[in-house]
Ligand binder design. Sequence first.
Ligand code: AMP
Length: 290
Amino acid sequence: MYLFKRTADLIDFVQAKKRAGLRIGFTPTMGALHQGHTSLIQQSVQETDITVCSIFINPTQFNEETDFELYPYTPANDIELLAQEQTSVLYMPTKEEIYPPDFDFDFTLDFGHLDQVLEGQFRPGHFKGVAQVVKRLLEIVQPDLLYMGQKDFQQVAIIRHLIQVLGLPVQLQMCPIIRDTDGLALSSRNTRLDPKFRALAPVIYKTLMRAKEQWGKGEAKSLTAWGSEQLEEGGLKPEYFEIIDGYTLLPALPETNFVVACVAAWAGDVRLIDNMVLKLSPQKEVLRQS
Ligand code: AMP
């Protein structure tokens, strides 16, 4: 595995591979890697010739200083994990490489309501930061395929919109959520959960599973209220439990074909997000390709 810290080196390497006709798969991450991340890498290794992974803790997408400061950083472990997965290249740029002095921090796209709902209500500016960094990384890496996790369902919708509006020549692959044995979605932030809250956190998965059983039997609105109650009773502080149309991110209606339940809840001082598809008909490839 090659490790590049300088953008120019990464560009030289990738461009040479592209000239040789090889296909590039790219997985952007913020490090503290786990099996959720490696599942993206594995899919890229299967589907492309060269797999590039980036590790960059992007300061512009954090809306709380402490969340940024406490974000885990485990480079030695990450390098070992990526090497085991036959990653071709690890790109670990400095802040200056991603945001050079002439960087246009004012760049914004109109995401309509996509960045206003769900996470947008609670993390102002978060998706502007995400769009900024992913746009910059895509310009640098120029991948043929981009691998992102369903775990961050709204993020995928934002990046899908960015790719469409800017007409970028990259195919977005959405990969399934990888969970711990008790159902908790893997997340770099899970390492910050104290044992008490780690034990409570699977209530999120249980509630999503029960919502899936219940969908179609009652009103979406009552299921939304019920979901928040379940999380509260389970010892978490929910920010939202919403049932949305997976294409538009607007509230799902009884006739909606692609229905997703999305959750954000605090487990002590750690904010967790998760989601689950409640209905997808007709069954399409949307969960893998978007
Ligand atoms: P992050 O390092 O948190 O920015 O995540 C990098 C990528 O890994 C994103 O596309 C995430 O959606 C994805 N990811 C994170 N956790 C999981 C998981 N448990 N299962 C699948 N993908 C994940």
